[in-house]
Design a protein around this ligand. Structure first.
Ligand code: COA
Length: 540
């Protein structure tokens, strides 16, 4: 494969301006992530109380479980950001992927310093998303349970619906049935629904003095039966390990429990991250020839100024080597083969608006990757499909639909990174959330909406004015309408609005993208070949 050339002048004023603007974005990201880790009203007091009980903080717990010196890919750190009166940092739950004896596991760990680890609607969404990742990528799940269960004031948004609390238990039972280990360490209260996380696990460790499991806590038991009983006598670690058998192992302290958990993991007989299967093409990895940190100076500070897809690809893929497909045709989409951490991928990256030719080229390329069993990597940066008389007459609706259909039906692993705009049906054709990429990461400069704010202002104001037929409107009224729409679109297309609602699996620093994708591709490469689709290639 040929090494891509770069036309970036790292000494130019524009590069310097972009870089300064990007560094500001990263500092905001860092501050907000730190807020998720330790911020929020009353959180300092709550963290202090947690520590004073001799309990370990949630991220330190995970560190004690995973292999020394290995990273943890934390997902959706900013879930819940800006919601619930800023009262749910990180949604009170940490999810992600870490290695135990070289085997990747999904972690679902409650953060008891946020609302007692109880689950708000967005926490359930995060919990369920982690389980869906486990199912598709065939990973065991480690639950570090320290939770007050359903966040009771919002019980109608948590309890009854398909992907609510019940859906998480449904998933847990089915994951176990698929042979994917479900392992729990109980480090706090597991009341009512919360009791089913350990109860549905394959193996359970309870930590004496802090872990408790009961279907009804002491107040309920008193009200219902008149029994007055201490929490440990009702559902403590000794009772459940010695008498009820709800728990399999008793640990005197947290650290002992994590040692036992690692011992259990050594017996689960799961594939390691290095156990690659024959279908996944792999060679020794090499770093990109261009410094990934140059992405900061390439991404335009002004999102109306485009930046080239090839410049981004050159800073993500091994050796900056890229074999482009149909480079002279449908140029607003760049397609081609490359490697990320040694894994062969088919890259599809936007270079502007999607025209009919670019849509057809992408469709053809998806079919090639599907036939050759090559995972797909989508780099989204588009304002969507081209509109207008010529475009419609050229059949953009049906050509765009071919691309959407090819993406929906591709059975190879798919990964998406929002490197810029994700607007309109461009979000669909480029494998947005609705098209089930295995992972979807977004950069802090990204934007996601049905259309760009300026376009929405024109469209919505026109619609509103048409609805006010016959009424006099002043310029001020029109300006006020525009401002109202701008406010809505600017707020809702903000990447923090998106990540708060789990429209992605997390905002990441561009320079971490390659490592995150490398882990995700490695996880898929240890699985058997995904069952192929029809495997036809129609020349478009
Ligand atoms: N719903 C809503 N809020 C909850 C909650 C729940 N299920 N569980 C805990 N919280 C809140 C508390 O109100 C408290 O809020 P505050 O900081 O604003 O005062 C905070 O979480 C910490 O709870 P607290 O009881 O002070 O902490 P603790 O460490 O002493 O006890 C629990 C933690 C989880 C054992 C205890 O809060 C509890 O038993 N909660 C209720 C469990 C329950 O019945 N769940 C039903 C699930 S279906």
């Amino acid at each position: 494969m040929r090494v891509l050339e770069s036309r970036i002048d790292t000494g130019s004023a524009r590069y310097a301006e972009n870089r300064i603007a990007y560094e500001a974005l990263l500092s905001t990201l860092g501050e907000r992530q730190q807020w998720a880790i330790e911020g929020g009203a009353g959180r300092a007091r709550s963290i202090e109380r947690h520590l004073s009980r001799g309990k370990i903080l949630v991220r330190d717990r995970i560190d004690l479980v995973i292999d020394d010196g290995t990273p943890f890919l934390e997902l959706s750190t900013l879930a819940g950001y800006g919601q619930y009166d800023d009262g749910a940092p990180g949604a009170g739950i940490v999810t992600g992927i870490g290695l135990v004896h070289g085997v990747p596991y999904v972690f679902v760990a409650n953060d008891a310093t946020v609302k007692g680890g109880s689950l708000l609607p967005v926490s359930i969404k995060k919990h369920v998303r982690a389980q869906d990742i486990a199912l598709e990528n065939e990973l065991g799940v480690i639950y570090l349970v320290d939770s007050g269960g359903a966040f009771l004031p919002l019980q109608d948004d948590i309890f009854p619906d398909k992907d609510h609390f019940g859906g998480s238990f449904y998933r847990q039972a089915r994951l176990s049935a698929r042979g994917l280990p479900q392992l729990s360490v109980v480090l706090g209260g597991c009341t009512a629904g919360g009791a089913y996380v350990p109860a549905l696990s394959d193996e359970v460790i309870m930590v004496d003095g802090i872990g408790r499991i009961f279907l009804g806590g002491p107040p309920i038991v008193k009200a219902a039966l008149g029994e007055i009983i201490e929490p440990d006598d009702l559902g403590g670690a000794v009772l459940h390990t010695h008498t009820s058998g709800v728990s399999d192992y008793l640990a005197d302290a947290e650290r002992e429990a994590y040692g036992k958990l690692r011992e259990i993991c050594a017996t689960t007989n799961q594939r390691r991250i290095t156990d690659r299967q024959g279908w996944a093409s792999f060679v020794a990895p090499e770093p990109p020839a261009f410094d990934p940190a140059e992405i900061y100076g390439i991404v335009s500070a002004d999102d109306r100024i485009p930046f080239e897809a090839n410049e981004i690809i050159a800073r993500l893929v091994d050796g900056s080597r890229f074999s482009p497909f149909k480079p002279e045709w449908g140029e607003s989409i760049v397609c081609g083969f490359a490697r990320v951490w040694g894994h062969l991928v088919g890259v599809i990256a936007n270079d502007g608006i999607i025209f009919s030719e670019s849509a057809l080229k992408a469709t053809h390329f998806i079919e090639l990757c599907e036939q050759r069993r090559v995972p797909l990597l989508f780099l989204q940066n588009t304002s969507g499909y081209m509109v207008g008389r010529d475009s419609e007459a050229g059949g953009i609706a049906k050509n765009g639909a071919k691309m959407v259909s090819a993406v929906a039906n591709a059975t190879v692993p798919k990964y998406t990174v929002l490197t810029g705009g994700s607007y309109g049906a461009g979000n669909y054709g480029m494998c947005g959330r609705g098209f089930n990429p295995r992972f979807l990461f977004a950069w802090p400069n990204s934007r996601i909406a049905t259309m760009a704010s300026e376009t929405a202002q024109t469209v919505l104001v026109d619609i509103r004015l048409a609805g006010m037929k016959g009424q006099e409107t002043t310029e001020e009224q029109v300006a006020a309408l525009r401002a109202e729409v701008a406010e809505q679109y600017d707020t809702q297309s903000d990447p923090y609005y998106a990540t708060s609602r789990l429209w992605d699996d997390g905002l990441i620093d561009p320079i971490d993208t390659r490592d995150a994708l490398g882990l995700c591709l490695g996880i898929a490469a240890r699985q058997d070949e995904p069952a192929p689709g029809p495997g036809l290639v129609y020349r478009m």
